[in-house]
Design a protein around this ligand. Structure first.
Ligand code: PAF
Length: 280
């Protein structure tokens, strides 16, 4: 596996590539990322992973500085997973001049759910992903469903800018107690880690109730948020949405239950797609 740090090295390494499959990451990789690389291998070759902690998608006071940088361990995992090339630029390589041109998702998406609590986050994501797409020029790009709203933003970005890139979604991997794998789980204390699966369980209860025919989505989400608050969480949101658009559910649409909440200083997100349509 080759590791490159600059755009010029990346371009040289990819000369002649015809069906590049790309997995963008911020590093501190876990089994969920490895599964995305394995998925990418089924869709193209070479498989390129990027590792870049993107300052543009972190707000003031967020965890940009403390976000774990574990390049050597990450490269070991990527190599073992069969990744061919790692692009690990530094901030000056990605942003040689201040990034004054931004890719701004529409307000309805950018300022909703996670965006309502992380102003500018999705513009930061859309901008860096556009830059990475231009640098890597992949045929296929793989994103995890754990960042469900991010996946929506990327799919819309690719469609509306006519980017010739197929977006493939990878399922969320979970710990045995249901906690979604996330780089941010590393922040949890031992006691918080025991509690952390409560977010998954709260969303799972909403999903189960909907699959059993419950139709008052608002009440279900409010009850789930209340349970989390009583257990000591600070809840950003629990919501039931149209899984395709993330808008308020229209009758008969596919649904997704999403949540974001803080356990101490750690913000966790999760989501569960609802299997059955709501009962008539
Ligand atoms: O999902 C992530 O790790 C990041 O948001 C991404 C897509 C690599 C952009 O920085």
């Amino acid at each position: 596996m080759q590791i490159v740090r600059t755009a010029a090295e990346l371009r040289a390494a990819l000369a002649g590539a015809t069906r590049t499959a790309f997995v963008p990451t911020m590093g501190n990789l876990h089994a969920g990322h490895v599964s995305l690389v394995e998925l990418a291998k089924r869709h193209g070759t070479p498989v390129v992973a990027s590792i870049f902690v993107n300052p543009l998608q972190f707000g003031a006071g967020e965890d940009f500085e403390r976000y774990p940088r574990t390049l050597d361990a990450d490269c070991g995992k990527l190599d073992a997973a069969g990744c061919d090339l790692v692009f690990a630029p530094d901030v000056a390589e990605m942003y040689p001049v201040p990034q004054t041109y931004l890719v701004q998702p529409p307000d309805a998406l950018a300022n909703d759910l996670c965006g309502a609590h992380r102003p500018g986050h999705f513009a930061g994501v859309a901008t860096v992903v556009t830059k990475l797409f231009n640098l890597v020029q992949p045929h296929v790009a793989v994103f995890g469903k754990k960042d469900f709203q991010q996946l929506r933003v990327i799919r819309d970005l690719v469609a509306q800018f006519n980017l010739p890139i197929e977006i493939v979604a990878g399922d969320t991997l979970r710990e045995p107690d249901g906690l979604a794998m996330s780089s941010r789980n590393a922040y949890l204390s031992a006691a918080e880690r025991i509690q952390a699966a409560q977010l998954y369980r709260a969303l799972a209860e909403v999903k189960t109730a909907i699959e059993a025919g419950e139709r008052d989505f608002e009440a279900l989400a409010t009850r789930a948020a209340r349970c989390l608050k009583m257990a000591g969480w600070r809840v950003d949101y629990v919501a039931v949405r149209d899984a395709a658009t993330l808008a308020a559910p229209a009758p008969g649409c596919r649904l997704v239950v999403l949540g974001a909440a803080w356990l101490g200083a750690t913000r966790l997100i999760d989501n569960l797609e609802v299997d059955a349509p709501p009962a008539p």
